[in-house]
Ligand binder design. Structure first.
Ligand SMILES: [Zn+2]
Length: 248
């Protein structure tokens, strides 16, 4: 591993650590910049040397230094996965706009997936700036990316909006939230309309498999709303990782 790669990995882990902060605080409406990290159980302030991505979790054996409360495995997991993703995108694209774009999209998708899995919401604070960022990247990358990006936004947002509304009219209940609509618009703005079609197919398939399996295994009611953002997120991450493999 080159020294630059070590540096990228560390940056990824540090950003992953901030993603954890967003995952915890956004759905609880806690300020994410000026509030110091606290233990979720005893409320003690976490010292900087107990807050080092991945390493602190290992040294503290997954427990709060003060009260011994078990720290969720999600924290080191998000840090490690983000670090690996950044390294992967660096190896694919070098230090380029594509590296920054894919890493940004990956980070936003990770935050949305974890929040949706637990709270069934996709915060506007991520999806709305996400739409703007996706379009901005298309302008930076070059003229030929602008139209696919704008179409991606309108198809992603538009088709899902129509689906969500017709479901609501037919069934008299909300099947898909507007958060999913905005998230799909965001993904479309980033990856463009052509690749978005694959993502929509894979995400729907994952959602279907999940609702069938969870119905059979855990008797989860089939009409219970799905955290669809988790499947959009998974499908998009599969797409942005595999396109790099395909282009080899
Ligand atoms: Zn504690």
């Amino acid at each position: 591993m080159e020294i630059v790669e070590v540096f990228i990995f560390v940056i990824g882990a540090v950003i992953g650590s901030y993603l954890n902060v967003l995952i915890y605080r956004l759905p609880r409406r806690i300020d994410s910049i000026f509030t110091r990290s606290r233990c979720a159980f005893c409320g003690c302030k976490i010292r900087w040397y107990h807050n080092i991505p991945i390493l602190s979790f290992i040294f503290l054996k997954g427990r709060c230094a003060k009260c011994g409360y078990n720290i969720s495995l999600i924290y080191p997991f998000v840090e490690l996965v983000t670090a690996c993703a950044f390294l992967y995108f660096y190896r694919c694209y070098g230090l380029s706009i594509y590296f920054v774009e894919n890493s940004t999209l990956f980070s936003m998708l990770t935050v949305l997936a974890f929040i949706d899995a637990k709270f069934y919401v996709l915060p506007d604070k991520i999806t709305k700036p996400g739409i703007v960022t996706g379009i901005l990247f298309s302008f930076i990358k070059g003229e030929e990316y602008i139209l696919p990006s704008l179409l991606g936004l309108s198809v992603g947002g538009g088709i899902l909006y129509i689906l969500a509304k017709s479901w609501q009219l037919l069934r008299g209940q909300e099947g898909m939230g507007l958060g999913d609509v905005k998230m799909m618009g965001m993904v479309g703005a980033f990856i463009g309309v052509n690749r978005l079609i694959y993502v929509m197919l894979i995400a729907s398939l994952l959602g279907l498999i999940f609702s069938l399996l969870s119905f059979i295994i855990w008797k989860r009611p089939i009409n219970k709303p799905l955290p669809f953002g988790v499947f959009i997120s998974t499908a998009t991450i599969v797409e942005i990782i595999s396109i790099c493999l395909r282009n080899g």
